[in-house]
Design a protein around this ligand. Structure first.
Ligand SMILES: NC(=O)c1ccc[n+]([C@@H]2O[C@H](COP(=O)([O-])OP(=O)(O)OC[C@H]3O[C@@H](n4cnc5c(N)ncnc54)[C@H](O)[C@@H]3O)[C@@H](O)[C@H]2O)c1
Length: 315
């Protein structure tokens, strides 16, 4: 099968490129930047905001994994236009092209619990997917990824916890925790995410969203039926921010100083995240492969080798 992966130069997209290529699929990458991490696949430099370019790439494929877009929580508070344009209109271009040509689409989203432009844009894109299923019989799977970590995650601009903590600790600077540290996250290694997405694609017809008369009502009434059709992909285990730092300190095997700071804009203290893996397990049989400590040690090794690039702001 030919799979188009938007955002295939990025962290999650590039691991999907490797996983799909290794499984024997023909991969086409669609990204506005050149490949950074893998030589697998056929690369198209393209802009999600260019409907003709997206349409052309979609016609070359049998299905699409949409992992392209802009990330960030507090970083996006002062740039709502750019984030909404890329994530909402960009996703709309992908959704319209896949619907027009009858191609399957996996839309990658996240738990949208915070009020910042990133979360709002992801939530809106997810709802557009439901609307396209309801109105136009679009062939879509909605996947919510939890806290993804592992090699290739960007360190600069978007301050994702794991790369930031590792680089700071390796530079003998304190690890900063925003808020009390009691919030929980659900950490999943990026190669498990790529395997999970592959497992979902292989059961496309089983996993796809169904048209339901309840969707429209549910969107305005707490949308339980709407959520029931979403596939959540994490580890299924919650860990507090404090415990994650302790696990990381053990993987780093160096003394780590922790500093508590107030929450940042666009984030809320005490959020509790934990993926419900019931649906993905039942529909695809997917099981995680990578233990947290093993994954963290590998990730520490990756950033140790790239410390100079982190200092230069290119990582
Ligand atoms: N990283 C996480 O923990 C996490 C968690 C949940 C969901 N997600 C979702 O997974 C997806 C991938 O995230 P990631 O962590 O790999 O991010 P990333 O920044 O590493 O990758 C995003 C890619 O999209 C490309 N891109 C951005 N704007 C574009 C545009 N206008 N046109 C074409 N390409 C464009 C970028 O060049 C980049 O390669 C996103 O949808 C994100 O919301 C990520």
């Amino acid at each position: 099968m030919k799979v188009l992966i938007t955002g295939g130069s990025g962290f999650i997209g590039s691991h999907c490129v490797d996983a799909f290529a290794a499984a024997g699929h023909d991969v086409i990458v669609f990204d506005c930047v050149a490949p950074l991490h893998t030589k697998a696949g056929d690369h198209v430099i393209g802009e999600l905001l260019d409907p003709a370019a997206v349409d052309k790439a979609v016609t070359r494929s049998d299905f699409v994994v949409h992992a392209g877009g802009l990330l960030g929580t507090h970083e996006t508070v002062l740039m709502p236009e750019e984030v909404v344009r890329t994530n909402v209109l960009g996703t709309l271009n992908v959704l319209q092209a896949t619907t027009r040509h009858g191609r399957g689409l996996i839309n990658i989203s996240k738990p949208n619990v915070w009020l910042n432009p990133y979360s709002i844009s992801k939530d809106t894109s997810e709802k557009l997917c439901f609307m396209y299923v309801d109105e136009f019989d679009a062939r879509v799977i909605a996947v919510k990824l939890y806290n993804v970590y592992g090699p290739r995650q960007k360190y600069s601009r978007v301050r994702k916890a794991i790369p930031t903590w590792i680089v700071e600790a390796l530079n003998c600077r304190p690890i900063e925790i925003f808020g009390s540290g009691v919030a929980t996250v659900d950490l999943i290694h990026v190669r498990d995410v790529a395997r999970g997405i592959l497992a979902i694609v292989e059961k496309f017809e089983t996993c796809r969203l169904r048209r339901t008369v309840e969707i429209a009502n549910d969107v305005y009434c707490g949308f339980p039926k709407h959520n029931e059709q979403i596939l959540e992909l994490g580890s299924g285990k919650s860990i507090t921010v404090k415990e994650s730092v302790e696990a990381l300190a053990s993987a780093l095997d160096i003394p780590v100083e922790v500093r508590h700071l107030p929450m940042r804009r666009g984030e809320i203290d005490g959020t509790r995240l934990c993926a419900d893996m019931t649906r993905i397990t039942a529909l695809t049989g997917f099981r995680l492969d990578i233990d947290l400590m093993e994954g963290l040690r590998e990730t520490v090794g990756y950033y140790k080798a790239k410390l100079a690039e982190a200092a230069d702001g290119v990582l």
